[in-house]
Design a protein around this ligand. Sequence first.
Ligand code: MG
Length: 343
Amino acid sequence: MRTRFETVSLPLDVPFEIARGTTETAENVVVEIEHGGETGYGAAAPARRYGETAATVEAVLPELLAEVEAVGDPHARRTIGARMATVARANPAAKAAVDIALWDLAGKLLSEPVYRLLGCSAGGNEPPTSFTIGLDETETMVERAREAVESGYPVLKLKLGTDRDVETVSAVRETAPDATIRVDANEAWAPKEAVGKCHELDEYDVEFVEQPVAADDPDGLGYVYERSPLPIAADESCRTAADVPAIADRCDIANLKLMKTGGLTPAVELIDAARAHGLAVMCGCMIETNVSIAAAANLLPLLDYADLDGSLLLESDPYTGVPVSSGRFDLRRVDRGTGARPP
Ligand SMILES: [Mg+2]
């Protein structure tokens, strides 16, 4: 097996602001694993929130890829995953890049799309992705919402976390009366404040509220969940399957991301754990190239909600992925692997 990796800088269409800060260019690290005449592609989209940067990914990847080469079997994803866990305790985005590349490679070697290797069929009615509107002046958010709706996106996700939250949602609702609107506070609210906001936002037909309070405040999350008229999704509070029991009675929806779990293999574990605890499941993303978005799209048949617009927020993406139209990914057009293609 031959392995290599490369960091790619991905400028965003417009600077992306959330309650924690602003991103103008995303750095992803693309991993290639070659075996039997095929190449599998994976990518890391590191997030500072989870202790990673392109530099930490580049620093740990040689050790992770050494385990891939030592095992030498592209289908031994769980064996490789267990060995990666002994090499690096954290570094989930770096591990995700390796795991995704292995799934893509396995699909290519077996001439099957990854969703089929996951035991799923694709009917074309998988949940559509939301299009995310970052924090900005209310008029700017309304304008972006209008553009997104005109581009055919049926679901908008509004980033919140300011003293204009209700005003913003009200103005977007007026502009987009038929859109599904979900909101994400990215840990910005205090529990009592969050309950108040949920009651106010309930007037504007909001689908659900994501991560209202700090991830290290599970009691606060439970407090909001018990009092909110709107469903609650846990994102920062839900990194891996091991977090599911703690959020199970404190939210309605578990929001997984490949860059938090460490790839598709542990993402399936999280989905199974969430289902076992009666939670609905959503898959989100960071600002990501199609290499890893395509991998996440293969989970769509297992999901209730999708927020896989990472590549759609880029000015341009050198990689192509699963064909997407009006927010709907068409997995039936993936012939093998994840569906990601190099430039
Ligand atoms: Mg979120």
